[in-house]
Write a protein that binds this ligand. Sequence first.
Ligand code: IPE
Ligand code: IPE
Ligand code: MG
Length: 263
Amino acid sequence: MLNKLFKFQPNRKVSDVVVNTDGLDPDSIPRHIAIIMDGNGRWAKEKGHLRTYGHKVGAETLKTIVKASNNLGIEVITAYAFSTENWKRPIKEVNFIMELIKRYLTAEIQEFKEFNVQIRFMGSREDLPDFMNETMDHAIKETKDNTGIILNLAINYGGQAEILHAAKSIAQQVADGTLKIEDIDVPVFENNLYSKGLPSPDLLIRTGGDLRVSNFLLWQIAYSEIWTTPVFWPDFTPDMLVEAIKAFKNRDRRYGGLSTDTA
Ligand code: IPE
Ligand code: IPE
Ligand code: MG
């Protein structure tokens, strides 16, 4: 069974990426997968290239994974592209990543449109250069009516910064008299996060072998299942994505309660 569309929609074009779905249960597809795309630099170094080459190949990997995810019926991919801590890197690498994202969003926009991908962003826009903000606005505008998978790119994103941003915004609403302190609850807080309106990630994937969350989606991953692989991001394949989904299917998501068979 190859390239099966689990939730076929007539306007969801089958992409050129073939996904081997043997043994995959259509009912086990996560709605939202978050990905820490780590290991680009090490991958490149291992091959005798500059770290930046790893970012270039990693961007291609993301495109392949988004297409595969769209075919599988996944609704949202949130991909960690640049963290609030990544500014600590050498300026040359930072500039390369910014230029790469810009070129990627510009060159690939037609293809994203063709595959019905809706592009969104999360992160602090203020500290980004103007050319980045313009490119991001353009990508949002061009793909806003697409009804397929949402590619939510985390750029200049940090979970702590996001929570602070939400806290300040809520404090302002209280100061303005539009919100009462006693009305602040989980849904109100979530409405003030960058991820407003999106379901929480069911599955968090980290490539590159490290076992940490590196300031990614600190609020949203409260009950996400975590799957890691030592494989560096540029080598990550649709088959590995399917492997992660199969592992996810076997997890017992108790949310602090009890399994249905022990209750
Ligand atoms: C992830 O790969 C991409 C970004 C953080 C932008 P890295 O650049 O962190 O690669 P490693 O982890 O150093 O190999
Ligand atoms: C996380 O990777 C950020 C992105 C993938 C964009 P890092 O390479 O920045 O994380 P640490 O430094 O290993 O924790
Ligand atoms: Mg890294």
